[in-house]
Every structure is written in structure tokens, then in C-alpha cells.
Design a protein around this ligand. Structure first.
Ligand code: ZN
Length: 139
């Protein structure tokens, strides 16, 4: 888990939402805070499980709606993992890559400067983004 996100106050969360043009409703603050402070690349279902314990009346539709608002506002990134149906939500907005632990399914951030890629493309492609997914196991 990324420790730099651990202690973010409700006021700070509210400010970030407002700065991004998002109306800071209680549910949005709670969900965003959970993702920033407690979760690590959660799926919508994982967020729903957490919400069920804390806000029993929040539907999965509301969770998805909130996540879409946060993604559209540029506060979260949506990641589609190739071999699974689930989308995970990433609080790290800067360029980074991922390592997928194939035993646990756990996704770990790899800083952008920890991977160097040399492209030898045969076509002229204009690359706008590069997401690298490493797979393996941890010792
Ligand atoms: Zn990430």
C-alpha cells in the first residue's frame, strides 16, 4: 500500500473534489477517502463490500456513478486488466506501471522510472500512453 496517501483528512478530500469541480457529497467524500487512504487498486465490487459495512444503503449503481464522476474529473484512473473482466480504480495519477502477482492477484505499482523501454517500431506510430503490466510472483 502506498503510504503517502494514508492520512488525508476529510477536509482535504472535500477540497480536492471541489477543486476538480465535483460536488462533495457525503458519499463521494467517503468513497474517495476509502480509495485514497485504505484501498489499493480496488474493483467496484470491493468498494461495494466496503460500502455495505459503512453505508448499507448505497447501491452498486451509486458506486459506479461515483467512480465515473471521479474518473471523469481526473481524480482516479480506470484500469482495464487484460485477462480479467474487472476494472480497477487507481489513485496514482502519475505515469506508472503495474506488477500483477499471479498467485494473489494483487496489483503493485511500479514507478515510471523503474522501467526503461526501447521501442523499435517498424511503423510510425504516435504513442500517447504506455501502460506496462508485468506478471509474476514475489519472493
Ligand atoms: Zn497503480
Amino acid at each position: 500500500m502506498n503510504s503517502k496517501f494514508q492520512n488525508i483528512s476529510v477536509e482535504e478530500i472535500e477540497r480536492r473534489l471541489k477543486d476538480a469541480g465535483v460536488n462533495p457529497t457525503t458519499q463521494r467524500i467517503a468513497i474517495f477517502k476509502y480509495i485514497l487512504c485504505d484501498a489499493d487498486h480496488p474493483t467496484a465490487d470491493q468498494i461495494k463490500s466496503w460500502a455495505d459495512k459503512n453505508f448499507p444503503k448505497v447501491s452498486l449503481a451509486t458506486i459506479y456513478n461515483t467512480l465515473n464522476v471521479l474518473v471523469d474529473a481526473g481524480l482516479l484512473r480506470e484500469l482495464n486488466l487484460p485477462e480479467s473482466d474487472s476494472v480497477v480504480y487507481d489513485k496514482t495519477l502519475s505515469e506508472h506501471h503495474h506488477f500483477l502477482d499471479q498467485q494473489t492477484g494483487h496489483l503493485i505499482d511500479i514507478e515510471g522510472d523503474q522501467i526503461r523501454v526501447e521501442l523499435k517500431l517498424k511503423r510510425q506510430l504516435k504513442i500517447s500512453e504506455m501502460d506496462i503490466l508485468l506478471r509474476g510472483t514475489q519472493n
